[in-house]
Design a binder for this molecule. Structure first.
Ligand SMILES: [Zn+2]
Length: 335
């Protein structure tokens, strides 16, 4: 079995009525009625990704709303809660309309002035609806990084409910209004790097929440090539080392890197038990061709298959690790 742990339903998020709803919200109109998206439209938005999964032999994908559309810096507390519920509702329907194919991962109505108790309630509500994990934006200020580190006590209600319900938090950046940080090329990776280092710095966090788990996408940002730097800084500053937070099962990464060399660096740097297969298929750069492979860049299965890992190790990366780290996913996955 092959599980893709990192997908976003970008085409669904781009439905004109969904985008129109957010636009109206941000214009202060606050529409009473949620957009009425037909089942046929939901299914149609999935055709391309399902076809690519079939071609690539991907059995199941963990799917969440479009990351850019979280736009946690924008809107108001109330608007963002409604916006997250709307997007989660669509993800839930998409997963139910294609049984055995997708597993729902949610977004949260974060906002710089939103009390984390409210975000915690949203996790509780959607976990009861079958969601197995939640994207959490460690910035929340649109690429300006004006908030306190996300690991602080102000977010403890979120961490408490995530640990209690056994749902990992995926540290995922969102829209950037900082023109120096284009969202896919920079802001997401800054969020990965910042997220990983803040988890090293947060001495109390995993003492207070020993079973809390974070997934840091895109191979943990700079982790494969800078783990030595972070080991040194951790020793120098008396932070937790990368090896400690990985080894204790608090932090995991995915395989969202897009060539053989970087995939091999990831496998060399990070323990295999901490790596989950992911591709961002059909979301980050749909259809863009890699001249070396004559295939889409986001067919990350190629790079895993090309690696020197044994068949048993590939099985861990492809499925066993995802099932262990996302225990609630089992109910969505056919045996
Ligand atoms: Zn993503």
């Amino acid at each position: 079995m092959i599980i893709d742990s990192h997908q976003h339903f970008v085409r669904l998020a781009k439905h004109p009525e969904v985008e129109g709803f957010r636009k109206a919200q941000l214009a202060g109109q606050n529409p009473d009625a949620l957009p009425n998206i037909l089942d046929t439209d939901v299914k149609k938005s999935l055709e391309q990704v399902v076809s690519l999964m079939e071609t690539r032999g991907i059995d199941v994908a963990f799917a969440s709303p479009r990351a850019k559309a979280m736009a946690t810096h924008d809107g108001t507390v109330n608007q963002n809660a409604i916006w997250a519920d709307l997007n989660n509702g669509l993800i839930s329907r998409a997963c139910q309309l294609t049984p055995g194919r997708f597993v729902p991962v949610g977004m949260l109505g974060q906002h710089p002035s939103c009390p984390s108790e409210q975000v915690a309630k949203q996790i509780d509500r959607w976990a009861k609806e079958g969601f197995v994990a939640f994207n959490f934006d460690p910035d929340g200020t649109g690429g300006r990084w004006l908030n306190q580190p996300f690991t602080g006590k102000h977010n403890y209600p979120v961490f408490e409910v995530a640990q209690g319900l056994d749902v990992p938090l995926v540290l995922h950046g969102s829209e950037s209004i900082n023109k120096n940080f284009p969202h896919t090329a920079v802001q997401y990776l800054v969020a990965d790097i910042t997220g990983f280092v803040q988890l090293m710095m947060a001495k109390d966090l995993f003492r207070d929440f020993p079973r809390l788990r974070f997934l840091i996408p895109h191979a943990g940002g700079a982790l494969p090539c800078q783990i030595g730097r972070w080991r040194a800084i951790a020793k120098h500053n008396n932070w937790a080392s990368p090896d400690e937070i990985l080894g204790n099962g608090n932090v995991y990464v995915d395989t969202c890197v897009y060539n053989d060399l970087n995939m091999q660096m990831l496998f060399d740097a990070v323990p295999l038990d901490n790596i989950l297969f992911g591709s961002e298929c059909d979301g980050a750069f749909p259809g863009v061709m890699n001249d070396e492979t004559k295939d889409h860049y986001d067919n990350t299965r190629r790079y895993v298959d090309d690696s020197k890992l044994s068949a048993a190790d590939k099985d861990r990366v492809y499925a066993a690790n995802a099932r262990r780290v996302y225990p609630r996913a089992s109910r969505w996955i056919k045996a």
